[in-house]
Design a binder for this molecule. Structure first.
Ligand SMILES: [Zn+2]
Length: 377
């Protein structure tokens, strides 16, 4: 596992090199370290090693993680998954999860950005501005230069966070751009910028969007129009905006059956606070990780702010359907302390459980589905 993490970290660092075409020796430290470790491992196993960093990247692109020369613990990567997407040559969602699994990586950077914003909003006693900020990341992961400069025009107080927002929206990387006509295209589902495949097709970086069928084209951005194109940084796309889509949808769905739902309570202590009949409450977080095992390693209870009786982590149903052992892997890789921590369910099971509890308390629920006896509650 340390070797897999080392390679994934190197791949992520290499993807941040502005112009790989001008790449020159010496390699970045993380890339050299990953290459050294991989060569040594291959020699010990009498296997053909990669002879350069480009060959190492080819390795990560062409071989699925469960087909490397050394065995990996079962369940730590979905079968057939890659660290580098063969169609776009960009790190996959799994690669970012691995690169971050030493808990010192990009996800931590994203958390620091979120904590800084929460601190400012708390200081100003403005939960509505914090809420507007979360919605901005989810609904506008791409902003033009003009939109960035006129946040005040939205009328939601976001100008208070101008400096923090500018730090997390960076010029869109050129590998998203159609270099012939100099345009960027957003995903019609999540609004992230679509990636371009080696064949010139478009594809979304989110596993969730890919699983829903052919790519859907959204807004087009001219590279030079309206002051340029700015994209939310990857950690916040992957760990805030992407689950945020599910949070918004889930909140709406639960409110429709008259559950009391608060999104991002106490400046983002956790995802959703759900108050059930008889005053019981749940803390719910949406976790859209490709590896149940790596997710298990992060399992900790959020602060009791606001207080809750039970903590549930909800995973989009597609994850659980695609990998039936996802939940087992989550608990197998959780630390001892975390075993008394959050429960893990699919978003469908969560919806069903809340509907059943609310309906049982006599609240009207015209769309009540039958409760599945195999449900996790
Ligand atoms: Zn998408």
């Amino acid at each position: 596992m340390p070797l897999l993490r080392t390679v994934a970290t190197a791949v992520v660092h290499l993807s941040h090199v502005d112009n790989p075409g001008t790449f020159a020796l010496p390699y970045p430290d993380s890339a050299q370290s990953a290459l050294d470790s991989m060569v040594l491992t291959c020699l010990l196993l009498k296997a053909e090693p990669p002879r350069s960093v480009p060959q190492l990247v080819d390795w990560c692109t062409l071989r699925t993680v469960d087909n490397w020369v050394f065995p990996i613990p079962p369940g730590v990567a979905p079968p057939g998954s890659h660290l580098v997407d063969p169609t776009t040559r960009q790190p996959t969602q799994l690669c970012y999860e691995w690169a971050d699994s030493d808990d010192t990586g990009l996800r931590r950077t994203g958390e620091e950005n979120m904590h800084a914003v929460a601190a400012i909003c708390r200081e100003e006693n403005c939960p509505e501005i914090y809420h507007a900020f979360r919605e901005l990341l989810i609904k506008n992961p791409v902003l033009t230069g003009r939109e960035l400069a006129t946040l005040a025009a939205r009328g939601k107080g976001l100008e208070l966070l101008q400096q923090q927002i500018r730090a997390i929206y960076l010029p869109a990387p050129v590998h998203h751009m159609n270099s012939r006509i100099r345009t960027f295209t957003a995903c019609g589902r999540c609004r992230f910028l679509l990636h371009r495949t080696l064949e010139g097709a478009l594809v979304c970086e989110r596993d969730a969007c890919r699983s829903q069928g052919p790519v859907r084209r959204g807004r087009e951005y001219g590279a030079e129009d309206s002051g340029g194109v700015f994209l939310l940084i990857r950690p916040l796309r992957q760990w805030v905006a992407s689950p945020g889509h599910v949070e918004l949808h889930l909140a709406k769905s639960l409110e429709s059956v008259r559950a009391k739902v608060q999104l991002w309570p106490s400046y983002g202590s956790y995802g959703l606070h759900i108050v059930l009949p008889e005053g019981r409450s749940w803390a719910v977080e949406i976790k859209d990780w490709s590896s149940g095992a790596l997710l298990g390693r992060t399992a900790v209870l959020p602060p009791q702010d606001p207080p809750y009786d039970r903590c549930v982590w909800a995973v989009p149903r597609g994850r659980v359907r695609a990998h039936h052992s996802y939940r087992d892997e989550f608990f197998r890789h959780s630390t001892g302390a975390a075993r008394s921590g959050p429960d893990l369910v699919s978003t469908d099971d969560l919806r069903r459980a809340v509907r059943t509890i609310v309906a049982g308390a006599g609240a009207p629920s015209r769309t009540e589905p039958p409760f599945a006896p195999e449900g996790l509650f």
